[in-house]
Structures are given as structure tokens and as C-alpha cells.
Write a protein that binds this ligand. Sequence first.
Ligand SMILES: Nc1ncnc2c1ncn2[C@@H]1O[C@H](COP(=O)(O)OP(=O)(O)O)[C@@H](O)[C@H]1O
Ligand SMILES: [Mg+2]
Length: 385
Amino acid sequence: MSVVRHIAIMGCGQLSRMLALAGMPMGFQFSFLAEAGEATQCISGFGEIVTITDQSPAELFEALGRPDVITVERESVNVPLLRELQEFCPVYPDPDVVWAIQNRHREKTLVSRLGIPLSPWARIQDNDPVAEAVKAIGGLPVVIKSTEDGYDGYNQWVAETEEDLKAFDAERTKLLQQVVETGKGINEWIVEKKIAFDREISVIGVRNKQGDVVFYIPGENRHQKGILKSSIVPAPLLSDTLKQKAEAYITCLLKETNYVGVLALECFVVGDDLMVNELAPRVHNSGHWTMDGAVTSQFENHIRAIANLPLGETSMHGVAGMVNLLGFKLSDETSAPVQLVGEKAHLHWYGKSSRPGRKLGHVNIICDDEQALLAAIEKVEESYS
Ligand SMILES: Nc1ncnc2c1ncn2[C@@H]1O[C@H](COP(=O)(O)OP(=O)(O)O)[C@@H](O)[C@H]1O
Ligand SMILES: [Mg+2]
């Protein structure tokens, strides 16, 4: 196996930044592929940034400085381009897996095929009657999600009543009109049963090319308006049965897809059952605590996996929490809130400009016990909101 020294990442956001920050101490060089108009502040000064225009894949590979491996920081990437780049160096995770996960219909088809439980779902395209899909999955309430271009709760509609379905239909008419006018946009959705879950958890797993698999202790995630607000690890009240299920599902997904790199799995806890909500073929916000709370961070383990290195220990000391710092007003609050740094609190600031709801940074808190952790999380949330 060839030695990896140079890693190129498709995407220039905070996940790329944290991947590069994890890889640099091991001596890796980085370069980045940006879409036209993509913000690149997060990785400014970290390596060559190549903006995709009309270059051939060979020209892009050269411009990136002939990387030894290419990876991604998000699922909504140009998969045909990734496939073409595979001619020049390995791309991990495999573009076919990214392709499967970047569309909710293909993602749910994959998870169902592996016999892993999901919320009942049906697909609608164009003007397919939404009422029939709702009936097929057992009636209201439902959550309707575009199959692509949805993240942090965008492009989702919760329908509790017939009226809500009508509101969705009105919105859909506008979206379909946009597709007619511009040739692009949203024309496919997943209708899924709204689950009255007890809690949301996630589990993060890693697999390298040799097939070694490790995973982190599952954490509980709290969302606000569809955006992750905080995580607590280990997930409080998670029974051994549920933990084992989460570990079995992530292991199955990693092995069955021949996955290389970090894969995240978001789940709903319903009694003693676990239902998969979605997958992310990349490092994940709910795993940011690992930067300070685990022996090896998810970022370092992703780099190790794609660089053919042994995976690092994933065990943790104490309990860990992560609080996202979301932009809350259209002001110039771009300087790091260093007042959040504390004895047990570690600030990670991404250097982005502020927009309401935008992820600007996060604070990791590592404590000896859960009570102290919850109090510390509350303190951060109160002083940054
Ligand atoms: N079927 C569902 N039932 C109940 N809540 C849901 C359902 N689907 C999504 N949600 C809520 O919305 C959040 C965001 O949905 P998700 O599918 O994870 O999309 P995103 O890609 O935006 O993260 C979830 O974390 C959960 O809180
Ligand atoms: Mg999600």
C-alpha cells in the first residue's frame, strides 16, 4: 500500500478545518476543493484551495498538488467528479457510498436492505399524491423531507393535520415551478412517520482498509429547530441493550458497504427499540466531543483510516459534553468568545462570519460526573445565546 503524505478534502468548512488540524501533527499536507462561491475562511492558510470551474479531473488533480488520497467533509458533493478523480488516487469513503447516503431515498433503501429498523417511509416524486404516501405509512403525523439538499432541518415539513399537508402541497407547487423554470431544485421527497421518540442518540464508527472497526460510546443529542444544540456522552439512561444495538448497526453498515473512514449514525430511541434516522458519510457534529474527551478524536481516526494507518483508541475519560455556538444575530460577532474557555471547557472557534443559526464554533466540556457536566453545559448555553 502506498504511503500517504498529502490529503485533499472536498469542502472548505469547519469539518475540513478540524480534519486538517488533526492531520497536521502527523505530518500530513492538505489541499482543498471548493465549489464556486464556497466560503473558505475555515481553512484559510491550511493549504492550496482549488476552486472548481471548468477544469478537467486531471487538471484538478494537478492543481491540488497530486494528493495521495481524497476525502469529503459533506455528503452533498459532486459524486461524478469524485468518481473521475478515482482514476488518479483513492477516494475515501468510496463515491458509491457517498452517492447512496446523499439521497434519503437511496439511504433508506440501503438501511432497509441490511435489515436495520427505520421509521416507516414512502417516497413521493413530482405531483404524487402525498395523502397516499401518508396512508401507506400508517397516517399522520409525518415528517416530509426533500431527498437531497436537506441538513440542519432545512427542507423539512412536519405535518400533524390535513391542513399541514395542504400547506406542504402549496409549497411543493412553488418548488416544482422553480424546477420547471431553472432546471434544478427539489422534486422528490420522503414522507416518514413522525416518531414520538424518548431521545435521540448517535454513534460514530470508523473502518480502515484492512477492515478494522472501532466505534465511540454513543451520545445523546439535543436539537433546537432541527439544528444540533448539544451532545452528552455517554448518553444518559441508555441501556446496554440499546448500546449493543447501536454498535451492531454501525458495525454492519461499515462492513457491508466496505466503508473506509468515519461514518455517523443518528438514531431515535423508542422504548427498547432503536430506529435509524439518518447516516452521515463523514465526521459528524455529534462527535466533536472526541477532540478533548476521547483518546483519539474522530478527526484523527478519519485521517488514520484513509491513510492506511492503525486506528486509535476510542475510549474516554469521565463524561463529555459539546455545546454548539450558533450565530444568533446579524451582527459582527466574529471574534472568538474566549470567555467560554474554562478549566474543564475547551473552545473550538471556526473563524467564520456570523449568520443567525450558523455553526460558528463549539465548546467541549469534560467532567468527572454527569451532574457537573449538565451544570457546565447550562452555563455555556446561558452565556452564549
Ligand atoms: N421521523 C421523525 N420523527 C420525529 N422527529 C424527526 C423525524 N425526522 C427528523 N426529526 C427531527 O428533525 C431533526 C432533523 O432531521 P434529520 O432527518 O436528522 O435531518 P438533517 O439532515 O437536517 O439533520 C432530527 O434530529 C429530529 O429531531
Ligand atoms: Mg440529522
